[in-house]
Design a protein around this ligand. Structure first.
Ligand code: SF4
Ligand code: SF4
Length: 330
C-alpha cells in the first residue's frame, strides 16, 4: 500500500495487541523509520488500561507529509491499516472497527488471508497474514519482529533496510547475540507474508461501538460479560508454548498453583487412599494461561512439560473453571 492521505490529511495505523507482545515498541520503530527514511512527520502513542501482561493495548501511528505539523493526539478510529498481533484477539475485542475498506488488515496467524476474512467477517480489500509465532519459535525470538516484517512487506513507502538498522540499534548494546536472530525474523516476516485481495463494499458506514454498560445500565452484582476476570481469555498472550499436564505423573503437590500468576489450575476436593481430605488437580484452564511456563519449572515430577502449541490445543484441552455466582446477575 502506498502513502495515501485520508480525509484529515494523515495516514493512520492501529496496532491491536495485548500487553507484553511488543506492539508499542514496533509502533515506535515504524514512526521513527517513517520520519528518518520516508521524509514524513509521525507520532506514535498507545491507549492501555492496567499495565499488566494480558491487558488490551491499542497503539496508534499517525503519518503526515513533512510540511504538516501533527497536533492530533486522538485515538485512530478510522485506520487505513490495522495490525493484529494475535488472531485470538478477534474473540475478545472489536479490533477491525472503522478499518478503511480499501485499506490493509495484517494478522499474526497460521491461517490464510481467505480463512482470516471468514473468521473476522471483515470488509477490507487486502489481508496479509504471517505465521509470526511459528517463525519466532524457530528463530528463538519474539513474534512482534516477524509481524513488523509483514508490515514492511505491505507498506511500500517504509524502507526495510532502515528497519534492519533499527533492530541492530535496539538489541546491539545490551543483547548483541539477539541482533542476527531478530534481523532474520524480520526478513522472514517480510518474505513469508501471504497476501489476499478481495472485493469490498464501500457503502458500509463507520459506526462507533456502543459500550453495553454505562451509568444507567450498569449491573448491580453478578458477572459482566467481557469485562471480568472469570471470562477473560489470555490465549493471545502465548507465544507458541504452553504447559501440558500429564495426569499420571501428578502428585497434586500444588507447586504449580503457587507460582501461576493467573489461577489457571483447576482443583477439586476429594479424599486420598487413606480417606483424608485433599485437593486434586483436575486440569488447566488454558483461557487464563499466558504461557509463562513458571509452572513447568517448579513441577517436581515432570507432570508439566513445555509443549509447542498446536492450533486449537488450548481450546480442546482446557478444563473450564466452574463459576460461582454471588449476588444477582441478569
Ligand atoms: S506441580 Fe506438578 S505434581 Fe505438583 S500439582 Fe502441579 S502438576 Fe501436579
Ligand atoms: S504457563 Fe503455567 S504458570 Fe504460566 S500462566 Fe500458564 S499455567 Fe500459569
Amino acid at each position: 500500500m502506498d502513502f495515501i492521505q485520508n480525509e484529515n490529511g494523515f495516514f493512520e495505523i492501529r496496532l491491536e495487541s495485548i500487553g507484553g507482545q511488543g506492539a508499542y515498541s514496533a509502533g515506535q520503530m515504524l514512526a521513527e523509520i517513517g520520519v528518518s527514511g520516508s521524509d514524513l512527520q509521525a507520532i506514535c502513542f498507545a491507549d492501555y488500561g492496567s499495565e499488566k501482561k494480558g491487558a488490551p493495548v491499542k497503539t496508534f501511528i499517525r503519518f503526515a507529509p513533512s510540511t504538516t505539523t501533527i497536533r492530533n493526539y486522538s485515538p485512530v478510529e478510522k485506520p487505513q491499516v490495522v495490525v493484529v498481533f494475535h488472531e485470538h484477539l478477534v474473540s475478545t475485542l472489536p479490533i477491525t472497527n472503522g478499518l478503511d475498506p480499501n485499506g490493509v488488515l495484517i494478522v499474526n496467524t497460521k491461517k490464510s488471508p481467505e480463512e482470516i476474512r471468514n473468521l473476522f467477517q471483515t470488509n477490507v480489500k487486502t489481508i496479509v497474514t504471517v505465521d509470526g509465532i511459528g517463525i519466532a519459535v524457530e528463530q528463538k525470538t519474539k513474534a512482534n519482529t516477524a509481524v513488523l516484517g509483514a508490515i514492511f512487506a505491505a507498506l511500500k513507502f517504509l524502507k526495510a533496510d532502515l528497519a534492519e538498522a533499527s533492530i541492530e540499534k535496539m538489541f546491539g548494546y545490551k543483547y548483541p547475540h539477539l541482533v542476527l536472530p531478530n534481523v532474520e525474523t524480520f526478513k522472514r516476516g517480510m518474505q513469508e507474508a501471504k497476501f489476499g485481495t478481495f472485493e469490498v463494499d464501500n457503502k458500509v458506514q463507520f459506526t462507533v461501538p456502543i459500550t453495553p454498560y454505562g451509568y444507567e445500565t450498569q449491573i448491580v452484582g453478578g458477572i459482566i460479560e467481557g469485562a471480568n476476570s472469570f471470562k477473560k481469555d489470555l490465549s493471545a498472550s502465548r507465544e507458541g508454548y504452553l504447559p501440558e499436564w500429564i495426569e499420571d505423573k501428578c502428585i497434586h503437590c500444588t507447586n504449580c498453583d503457587n507460582v501461576c500468576p493467573d489461577y489457571c489450575f483447576v482443583w477439586e476436593e476429594g479424599v486420598d487412599k487413606r480417606g483424608r481430605e485433599q485437593m486434586f488437580l483436575k486440569g488447566i484452564e488454558y483461557n487464563y494461561c499466558k504461557g509463562c511456563l513458571k509452572c513447568v519449572e517448579v513441577c517436581p515430577t515432570g507432570a508439566l512439560v513445555e509443549l509447542i502449541e498446536a492450533e486449537g490445543y488450548g481450546t480442546t484441552n482446557r478444563y473450564e473453571k466452574p463459576i460461582t455466582l454471588f449476588g444477582g446477575a441478569r
